[in-house]
Design a protein around this ligand. Structure first.
Ligand code: NAP
Length: 323
């Protein structure tokens, strides 16, 4: 099979596109002939050794694959050859074949698009968990979404609307603003004067929930625009800066800072995770959420795509397609 291999942590250009032995379906696994591999921001950090976890090298990065099951391993009773699935694969995703635990797969609805299916896993999975379990977002509340034209940001905008919130999308360019509007944002603003703009749009009350994938100065502004009983969600630090919070602000304004780590959640609360994914796949089938796929590129172009995503040029979901 063909795969993208990280031989050693280092710059993205060190990633190698090469022939690798075909994987086999081990006990409890299914072998998937990959139609699409999902690209995620953390993939680019992982291969550079800049992520929380540091896998042994060499390894094949990529956490999402969608495609057809071509073999099943011992002990697999609820999956069959010929079924189309999407899997949260952990690693091994940037490849034309992937052996993944049967338990990590979700059956695809008839005719489902493989790239959209990948977006449903980390992109929608993270935003859904963040808004549902961590923020407990309620209808009528105001949700501010940073990076609202990014992968998880678009999902947060769509899910926030579905949950009945008024959504303020925050983006860095007019083009990204159009995407946030298409996703359903009620208001779209930039990062300048964030505190004043959010205060003005909420009639001085401040935000009930903020979905922060950016950190740095954007987080500092959020720490000053949160409303009473608000929940400031810490999702990621795309700005590269992990901010420091003057905790007196949380005392004075009575809001909470709430961490979100979707990957750990899937392991710590598997039943809740599966219930979440069932709900998300239902909404997707009914057209209530619609992943926005920005581009589908050949698998060999993984480096180019990761450069774009890490370089703030990404909008929505990118998928790699094995030849
Ligand atoms: N906690 C979790 O469980 C979890 C799960 C998935 C992802 N994450 C993290 O969440 C963050 C966003 O992930 P994503 O998939 O939404 O990524 P994405 O599609 O690349 O979106 C990130 C957004 O951040 C904004 N941004 C601001 N400053 C940036 C900079 N210096 N470089 C790049 N982007 C910048 C960009 O929007 P503007 O240009 O409009 O500002 C961009 O659209 C990442 O840090 C990722 O590691 C965390």
């Amino acid at each position: 099979m063909k795969a993208i291999v990280c031989n050693e942590f280092g710059p993205l250009e060190n990633l190698e596109y090469k022939e690798m032995p075909d994987p086999v379906a081990g006990s409890g696994q299914v072998l998937v002939k990959v139609e699409a591999c999902g690209v995620n921001y953390p993939d680019g950090l992982l291969v550079q050794g800049l992520y929380q976890s540091k896998p042994d090298r060499p390894f094949i990065p990529g956490s999402e694959v969608a495609g057809e099951i071509v073999a099943v391993g011992d002990g697999v009773t609820d999956r069959q050859v010929g079924q189309r699935v999407v899997a949260y694969s952990g690693q091994m995703g940037y490849a034309s074949m992937a052996a993944v635990p049967a338990k990590s797969t979700f059956l695809l609805p008839e005719g489902a698009d493989a790239a959209e299916a990948c977006a449903m896993i980390i992109g929608y999975g993270t935003s859904h968990h963040a808004l549902k379990q961590r923020a407990q977002l309620k209808a009528g509340e105001t949700l501010v979404v940073f990076g609202a034209a990014g992968l998880t940001g678009i999902a947060a905008v769509q899910l926030g609307k579905l949950m009945g919130a008024t959504v303020i999308g925050v983006v860095s360019s007019p083009e990204k603003g159009e995407i946030a509007k298409q996703a359903g944002a009620d208001h779209v603003i930039g990062y300048d004067n964030l505190k004043d703009e959010v205060k003005a749009l909420t009639g001085g009350k401040g935000a009930d929930v903020c979905y922060d994938v950016v950190g740095g100065e954007a987080f500092n502004a959020a720490s000053r625009f949160m409303g009473r009983n608000g929940r400031l969600l810490v999702i990621g630090f795309a700005s590269g800066e992990i901010p420091k919070l003057p905790v007196n602000l949380t005392l004075v304004k009575e809001y909470a800072v709430v961490g979100v780590f979707w990957g750990n959640f899937t392991k710590a609360e598997p039943d809740v995770y599966h219930a979440n994914m069932k709900e998300l796949f239902g909404w997707w089938s009914e057209g209530k959420v619609k992943p926005m796929v920005a581009d589908r590129l050949p698998l060999k172009d993984a480096q180019k795509v990761l450069e774009k995503v890490l370089g703030r040029g990404g909008v929505g979901k990118y998928a790699l397609i094995p030849e």
